[in-house]
Design a protein around this ligand. Structure first.
Ligand code: ZN
Length: 439
């Protein structure tokens, strides 16, 4: 990891700490508060989509907000309190007040018997209900009693809120980064993606020049991306590459999930980088399940959008529980994921195609001071990269194609191309988002 990225490790983690206590949901003040905080780091436009707006086959739901929620026993002792942990309340619970016997209360209580100290995360977005989540150990201790239940929430006409950060580049073609902002106190599943996306946008925003334009979306899962796609239907043709960021802070190696297309440039760039990092990694094929890549990759759009994760949703025990907390994620892992994204951007920004201006025989590199003589028995990677770039720069191969065929990291191939270009041995055929002309 570069020193520059290492320096972000503590800042990335600090952002997750600041956002952790906020009770988010798919709508409501929690999302707004989160977006207002992100807006301190990057230029963020906050959009409000009114309740009832039709978005494809869905409708923007009522806005949910919560003031308090608790269960009190007959002796006046509060046994479960939203104030202690916002996972204690089933997210999107409808308002409720009443006195219930334990057996009546029980169907509204959720726990995880296998992990008796953890609080589960449950939602009831599209089915009006209420409930509490609590450690199984606590649930087992509840005595036969009459309990006072207060769920002081509101479901009213309001809006769905999402944030958008747009960084214009030389080209109108866009790279999309998307993360969900609808989970309450869960660190890996949502806050890690938010932190990496925020600092990636901040870094790219500070660059004096970008080739691509960059769009960062911070939206509630599923309904948020569906709403964005519905409101920007004509705009999506500008998206050339995209990545959903989630679960990037735990100790597992990076996982790349391919787009529905399977072999889009983003898929090839991500897998190339994974291969050359020298670290454990996993590449998964597309499935129509997971995060918002499901929406971007729905057949009507079929956008080249992959997903970057470490542990995969549903495959780690801490997933959707109170154990997905600030201790479960690590500053260095967040910084490493940010570095991967920056490396990915580097590939996309420089994946141009060139033509060798001296294609008849090898041009003499020594006289141009390009060939570094090492005297060893084997050619070194830098010299080999020069030969590969010269050989495959026939107007039909991009630098990433050359890197893949040569088995040499993209950044080495790119440096070779820059040197050859400076020496007049390469001419540009196609910028990263321009089509290659058939020879
Ligand atoms: Zn989740």
């Amino acid at each position: 990891m570069s020193a520059a990225t290492q320096q972000f490790a503590s800042e990335l983690y600090a952002l997750t700490e600041q956002l952790y206590p906020i009770c988010r949901s798919i709508t409501g003040e929690g999302v707004r508060q989160t977006l207002r905080h992100i807006a301190k780091y990057i230029p963020l436009k906050i959009h409000e989509v009114p309740t009832g707006t039709r978005v494809f086959d869905w409708e923007v739901p009522k806005e949910w907000n919560i003031r308090s929620a608790f269960i009190r026993d007959s002796r006046g002792r509060i046994v479960v309190d939203f104030k202690d942990h916002n996972l204690h309340v089933v997210n999107y619970s409808v308002p409720f007040r009443g006195r219930l016997k334990l057996e009546e209360l029980r169907p509204h209580l959720h726990s995880i018997p296998e992990h008796p100290d953890w609080i589960p995360y449950r939602t009831t977005y599209y089915r009006p209900d209420w409930g509490f989540c609590l450690p199984h150990r606590l649930l087992e201790q509840l005595a036969e009693d009459e309990y006072e239940v207060v769920v002081d929430t509101s479901l009213e006409n309001g809006s769905l809120t999402y944030g958008e950060c747009f960084l214009p580049g030389a080209s109108a073609s866009e790279v999309l980064f998307s993360c969900h902002v609808c989970h309450p106190s869960l660190a890996n599943d949502n806050l890690s993606g938010i932190a990496v996306a925020t600092f990636l946008a901040q870094q790219l925003g500070r660059r004096p020049a970008r080739y691509y334009s960059y769009r960062f979306l911070f939206l509630p899962g599923t309904i948020g991306s569906i709403a964005w796609l519905s409101l920007n239907r004509d705009h999506v043709r500008f998206i050339r590459h995209g990545l959903v960021l989630t679960c990037l802070g735990d100790s597992a190696p990076l996982t790349y999930k391919r787009s529905r297309r399977g072999n889009a440039e983003i898929d090839r760039a991500a897998t190339h980088l994974m291969t050359h990092r020298g670290l454990a990694h996993r590449v998964r094929e597309f499935t129509p399940y997971g995060y918002d890549e499901r929406q971007y990759c729905s057949p009507g759009f079929n956008l080249p959008v992959g997903c970057l994760m470490r542990s995969v949703h549903g495959e780690f025990p801490e997933y959707h529980t109170s154990a997905d907390n600030l201790q479960f994620i690590h500053a260095e892992q967040l910084a490493d994921a940010l570095q991967f994204c920056l490396d990915l951007v580097h590939v996309l920004e420089h994946n141009a195609a060139y033509r060798n201006t001296q294609p008849y025989g090898e041009p003499q590199l020594g006289k141009r001071g390009l060939y570094r003589s090492t005297g060893g028995p084997r050619i070194d990677e830098e010299n080999l990269a020069l030969l590969w770039v010269l050989n495959l720069s026939d107007g039909e191969h991009r630098l990433l194609d050359i890197a893949g065929r040569a088995g040499i990291p993209f950044h080495v191939i790119h440096q070779a191309a820059e040197k050859l270009r400076a020496a007049g041995l390469l001419e540009l055929v196609a910028l990263p988002d321009q089509a290659l002309e058939p020879a």
